[in-house]
Design a protein around this ligand. Structure first.
Ligand SMILES: Cc1cc2nc3c(=O)[nH]c(=O)nc-3n(C[C@H](O)[C@H](O)[C@H](O)COP(=O)(O)O)c2cc1C
Length: 211
């Protein structure tokens, strides 16, 4: 039994012991052991080594759609979340054009210091808009800077129906040696109705839980 599992196991057993609703039949070591195991298996999704599956959602956004998606995914999967901040100004018409040009030319950019370490996670979910049929410079920079070997990977794109396949392929090549699970894309229009948008994202999360 791994250290973390043993610790969780201890906590759950302690919780059960202090449950005032516990019946006499339940007041036995065997029952508590069984209940602790059951509760753990219901609350923690294990990875291959029996440890809980740790998930990180990484996102870049310019107008908020990918942020909404990332926050929904994080809440649904109980995942940590990290925003990738592009230190270049990307607002305004000229910067819009420059952003598209930089993305199409596979340019990197300056990004703010990140807080999380991908090495600590089993599954990495990357959420971003498509820019010029490509990943954004901020996400490109982040993915180039980090090693994702052996990590499970899922991709979310907010888009306008143009160049999804290219954006997926280009992003995947930045995470070589990762294990690709699935991708999901939603158009700008889909984000107008937040309730509907949330529903679709949660449905995708359900497929990730089973992966
Ligand atoms: C510079 C730039 C380039 C874009 N290029 C594409 C594109 O090639 N294909 C596409 O479908 N949408 C494209 N879009 C639209 C965005 O992907 C879409 O508006 C997205 O929902 C924005 O997400 P955000 O709110 O997270 O920034 C582009 C937007 C910008 C700003």
């Amino acid at each position: 039994m791994t250290k973390l599992f043993r610790y969780n196991y201890f906590l759950v057993k302690k919780m059960l012991k202090h449950n005032p609703n516990r019946g006499i039949a339940q007041n036995s070591k065997r029952y508590n052991t069984f209940s602790a195991r059951k509760l753990l298996s219901e609350t923690v999704r294990p990875n291959n080594s029996g440890m809980p599956m740790k998930t990180l959602v990484v996102y870049y956004t310019r107008t908020g759609n990918s942020k909404f998606a990332a926050e929904t995914i994080s809440a649904e999967l109980g995942a940590d979340i990290e925003e990738i901040v592009d230190l270049k100004n990307r607002q305004g018409k000229l910067e819009f054009l420059r952003g598209g040009r930089d993305a199409g030319r596979a340019k990197e950019t300056l990004i703010a210091q990140t807080k999380r370490t991908p090495a600590d996670y089993d599954l990495i979910i990357v959420a971003q808009p498509i820019w010029n049929r490509s990943p954004t410079p901020a996400i490109r920079t982040y993915l180039t800077k980090n090693d994702f070997s052996g990590k499970k990977l899922a991709l979310f794109f907010s888009d306008s129906f143009l160049g999804l396949d290219q954006a997926i392929e280009k992003t995947k090549t930045l995470m070589s040696n990762s294990v690709f699970l699935s991708e999901f894309a939603m158009s700008v229009k889909s984000f107008k109705n937040k309730e509907e948008a949330k529903k679709k994202i949660v449905e995708w999360c359900d497929t990730l839980k089973k992966a």
